[in-house]
Write a protein that binds this ligand. Structure first.
Ligand code: SIN
Ligand code: MN
Length: 221
């Protein structure tokens, strides 16, 4: 696998690289901030338990389980992919976004409006996510900011068409990725989890958090 890594001179305080146009920040969250985020996520999961999303039409279950925080959450079932203000099982509003997430958006997002949804994916040892685009949002000018906790995964990123060539690289606990600009609609997915590669989650597994804008600025409900 050949991965082009180009260091960027304009971010001297952050270790930042570009992989196939993606912004990649290895080790963005140090262990202390990973633990703080995990502690905040325990409250999120208490208010909004992980649920198993289902594929549109077929209703086939995803291998990942999900939750959300923020004003909106991303959900999927027979009726399709969409953002919803409430949890599909409990019917309750999603809990607020922890401060660590808002700080990451402010630092990495390069976007002047706050995030409106944070999708939280939990991957057990056999979970994966097929190549897809994030395109349920109104305005692709806003980035998607991704943070990873726990076991490493093999993350795949391609181009703007599903059939475009793709590359894979390892994402580890604390790493951040930003899909923005020309890469905002890049196909991406998770090929596999590497069980036992992190001590952060006592039971193992991987958590990925993606912060998103849902509406165009001015279209807030
Ligand atoms: C996603 O695309 O929703 C998740 C990506 C990841 O798990 O890193
Ligand atoms: Mn995605």
């Amino acid at each position: 696998m050949k991965v082009g890594v180009e260091a960027l001179a304009d971010a001297p305080l952050l270790s930042r690289a570009k992989i196939e146009g993606l912004r990649f920040y290895p080790g963005y969250l140090d262990r202390g901030r990973q633990e703080a985020l995990l502690a905040a996520l325990r409250d999120v999961f208490a208010a909004a338990p992980l649920f198993t999303p289902r594929m549109p039409k077929s209703g086939r279950p995803f291998s990942v389980r999900m939750s959300n925080c923020g004003p909106f959450g991303w959900i999927s079932d027979e009726a399709g992919y969409r953002y919803a203000p409430t949890h599909p099982v409990t019917g309750r509003s999603w809990p607020p976004m922890p401060q660590v997430l808002l700080a990451a958006w402010n630092e990495l997002g390069e976007y002047p409006y706050p995030p409106q949804a944070c999708l939280i994916n939990f991957y057990g040892p056999a979970a994966k996510m097929g190549l897809h685009q994030d395109r349920d949002e109104e305005d692709f000018a806003a980035p998607v900011v991704s943070l990873s906790l726990g076991d490493a995964c093999l993350f795949r990123v391609g181009g703007l068409k599903r059939a475009d060539p793709s590359r894979s690289f390892r994402l580890s606990s604390g790493d951040a990725v930003v899909l923005s600009g020309g890469e905002r609609l890049a196909f991406h997915g998770v090929d596999r989890i590497y069980p036992g590669t992190s001590t952060l989650l006592a039971e193992g597994g991987r958590i990925n958090l993606t912060l998103r804008r849902v509406t165009r600025p001015g279209n807030e409900v």
